[in-house]
Design a protein. Sequence first.
Length: 317
Amino acid sequence: MNFSLWIWPYARWGGIEEIGRVSERVEELGFASVSVSDHTICTVGPASSGAGPDWPDWSVVSTYIAMRTTRIRILSCVVIPYRSPITQAKQIATIDQVSGGRFTLAAAVGWLKPEFEMLGVDHARRGAITDEYLRAMRELWTAEEPKFEGEFVKIDDVIFEPKCVQEPQVPIWIAGGNGEAPIRRVLELGDGWMPMGGDLDSELRGDIAGIKDRAEAMGRDPASLTFRYTIGIGRAEAGLDAISKSIDVADPTTLSVERGPESVAEAIAQFEAAGFDELAINFAGNTAAEVTETLEWFGAEVMPLLDAPSAKLSQPS
């Protein structure tokens, strides 16, 4: 099982320097990636209440983390309909160059209707826009003479350089729900799936198995797909309930430190047994110090257990 530190909420870090420091630390601890989130502008009102106010630009933060680290991957969850596919393709290929081929794109359709309206993007067509933009970006990354014509974008007679370091392109993981549209997007355009919620036993386990079966039927290697979920870990007094609400699309799992390392490791092992390859962790905490305390506990007490045989995990503490 791989682990990713989910940086958001940003305000609690107190600035970009602390984000760089914690990125270096999770690299030392053996995490697989650092995860960055995306909003461009958040309007006021009930519809925006789950977004929060502090959103530095995803591409700048991703580049900064790439410059502060040497091995860890940088995963950016980008709302694809918000920006021209040409601009996004250039940003992503450049970050992949700067990082030495360590970038992963988590492609999101988006949800915040007032933000779409403010940016002049059709909220009702966001799924179709996402599909077409991803196809256009793949053309830019892989073709010597890119050509693309769709409903929303046309590309012709252009030179697009630099390409991605990774071949044929950066990995694309589809972020979203477990309905037919996002699963089709995974099978047609993605290299992985990041469901934003769902019950592990009654939904997600079967969804993963179904995606693998459909991939094989399409001639794709199911083992080439990555599956990732988001959880929260922390102490109740450090804002665990707030983290649960903040990452909540459909009731994600939240684990309390007070359960003890063996219990937390056992819960994590259940995700691996269901078919997940990576867990993004949003550590509870209102300050950098609170988040770092739980992060260090997880690295010292939980991660070693997950390298052990499963029988050890089932022993009482």
